[in-house]
Design a protein around this ligand. Structure first.
Ligand code: PEP
Ligand code: MG
Length: 580
């Protein structure tokens, strides 16, 4: 039995058979070379092998500190294969004699090894080919970058482990056969984690080295509550995990009974608790969990895993389905927030050096006005049937809002010209998730009907912490004084202009932050469906008066740790005095 710890990215406990997926499998093309470039190719091979050796040595040192020396034999084996002279000699020989590039030659070497291993009688030794494959894959990756293969098939119910899953991968996961996921990288606010929660799929992220250290097919327990992964659990551990799983599911079930209760504080102050949705099934989940509509619909998910953009009819149909699921409540549809970690194949989006600062969200939409208007017309069509708000992501200044609103007006005129009904007073809001938008919040507030703070990105950009980087998760601090000051400024700007201040980042779904957000004056919090009940329970134990004092008290401290200590002490004895 071995245990690994990572980031608890999506709650729930699952046990099952591990299936390792190499999502970074390199697509290799083989091509002929000339005699002048043979040396260059053999040098590339030697360099890649050396780089991979260094990569493995670093991994070994890091893992020795976290999981201990005893469990490092997989890495040792990989290093042995890598430094075996036969690998480099045979591959160099192929480069020279067949006159092909290093990647092609390496694939041929792997093919030869496969043939040799397949003739071995001993099944254990025969299966060691998987170690050779892993090592060669690492070398290929080091040589030729990131192209990935389509999502692989698997048989039966499994727990999937991979170096990483992209948001597009997550949308391809079959929830009936995948019980949980484990990744080597990633953070709680990455879109992969958000989608795992949307799918109600237990997930542990940041488990370094798991795809190298554990063999396919092993029994594992994934604890998405504690962030622990246990490989080959003994029967006692298995039984206690099963019990924990049942307890968790029972508490969730019991909590559901409180769904119809109003989202109101003990002193009678109501706020909206709404849901964030990505996939169609989530609309009804929001209502089942007691949400009053949708505060964020991430429409980009509809544009993924396809080579063409959805047309107006398809978009209208999908938005309408979501609307019907949440009727009669409000549906806030965010326009395409693609780019960054959400690349769209259908738009020839290429990998950027710095994707988080690249052609993302509103920048992408404004760069293709026709496609943007197609989406706006589809949203407008749906607005004729029930309350809809439109929200623009990643706004950095007034030009973008004005340009987006101008296209919205054009879209309205186009529909009107065809006699298509829509809500002429459809509300328009912006996401505040770039520090520039915080600074300009007073100006932006005059341009729109509501603000919605995207704390996932706002924290990322304010603190310069990559939200998807699990290694930096300790520095990703929602209670950082710079973040709190930004939030206060946003609410003041919104209320100064008489518009509501909403918040739809992951921060909204954590009960710890509820008193601060309530006390700062937020009018709406939107979160994953699975978080609504706990946040509502906390809200119903609070008074607005005390929350305001707590929120104000946070500004007396100069570090996130101090604020957190203050909040935990005050919150336990104050806001949460009595139960429902
Ligand atoms: C955010 O940034 O907080 C947000 C809600 O948007 P997304 O997570 O989709 O970037
Ligand atoms: Mg965002």
């Amino acid at each position: 039995m071995r245990s690994f710890s990572g980031i608890a990215a999506s709650p729930g406990i699952a046990m099952g058979r591990l299936h390792i997926v190499d999502r970074r499998r390199t697509v290799v093309s083989e091509y002929s070379i000339t005699s002048e470039t043979v040396c260059h190719e053999t040098a590339r091979l030697a360099q890649a092998i050396d780089d991979t050796r260094i990569e493995l040595e670093i991994l070994k040192t890091r893992l020795a500190e976290t999981i201990g020396q005893d469990h490092l034999f997989f890495i040792e084996t990989h290093l042995m294969i890598l430094t075996d002279e036969r690998l480099v000699n045979e591959t160099s020989e192929i480069i020279r004699t067949v006159m092909i590039n290093a990647e092609g030659a390496l694939r041929r070497t792997l093919h030869r090894y496969r043939e040799t291993f397949s003739r071995i009688d001993d099944p254990y030794l025969r299966e060691r080919i998987s170690d050779v494959e892993t090592v060669i894959e690492r070398v290929l990756r080091s040589m030729s970058g990131d192209a990935v293969e389509p999502f692989p098939e698997h048989e039966g119910q499994v727990i999937l482990a991979a170096h990483d899953f992209s948001p597009a991968d997550m949308l391809q996961i079959n929830r009936t056969t995948v019980l949980a996921i484990i990744t080597e990288i990633g953070g709680r606010t990455s879109h992969t984690a958000i989608l795992a929660r949307a799918l109600d799929l237990p997930a542990v992220m940041g488990v370094e080295g798991i795809t190298d250290l554990v063999l396919d097919g092993r029994a594992v327990v994934v604890d998405g509550l504690s962030g622990e992964v246990i490989v080959d659990p003994d029967s006692e551990t298995f039984q206690s995990s099963l019990l924990r799983k049942q307890q968790y599911e029972y508490v969730e079930y019991e909590l559901l009974k409180s769904a119809p209760l109003p989202a109101v504080t003990r002193d009678g102050h109501s706020i909206h608790l709404r849901g964030n949705v990505e996939i169609p099934e989530e609309g009804s989940a929001v209502l089942v969990h007691g949400g009053s509509g949708v505060g964020l619909y991430r429409t980009e998910m509809l544009f993924m895993n396809r080579t063409t953009m959805p047309d107006e009819a398809e978009q209208t149909h999908v938005y309408q389905t979501m609307q019907q699921a949440v009727t009669p409540h409000l549906l806030t549809i965010r326009t395409l927030d693609a780019g960054g970690d959400k690349l769209l194949e259908g738009m020839n989006q290429t990998a950027e050096t710095n994707p988080a600062l690249g052609v993302r969200a509103i920048r992408l939409s404004l760069s293709m006005p026709d496609e943007f208007k197609t989406q706006l017309r589809a949203i407008l069509r749906v607005s004729a049937n029930g309350p809809v708000r439109i929200m623009f992501p990643m706004i950095s200044g007034m030009e973008e809002v004005r340009a987006a609103k101008a296209l919205l007006e054009e879209a309205k005129l186009e529909l009107a010209a065809c006699g298509v009904p829509y809500d002429p007073a459809v509300q328009v809001g912006v996401m505040i998730e770039i520090p520039a938008a915080v600074t300009l919040a007073d100006l932006l507030a005059r341009e729109v009907d509501f603000f919605s703070v995207g704390t996932n990105d706002l924290i990322q950009y304010t603190l310069a912490i990559d939200r998807s980087n699990g290694q930096l998760s300790h520095l990703y601090q929602p209670l950082h004084p710079a973040v709190l000051r930004s939030l206060r400024r946003i609410v003041q700007a919104a209320h100064g202009a008489g518009i509501p201040a909403c918040l739809c980042g992951e921060m909204a779904g954590d009960p710890l932050y509820l008193p601060v957000l309530l006390g700062l004056g937020f009018d709406e919090l939107s979160m994953g469906a699975g978080s609504i009940l706990r946040v509502k329970q906390t809200l119903r134990r609070c008074t607005l008066e005390h929350a305001a004092v707590l929120a104000e008290g946070c500004f007396a401290f100069s570090t996130a740790a101090e604020v957190e200590t203050f909040l935990s002490s005050q919150f336990a004895g104050g806001c949460a005095e009595s139960d429902d």
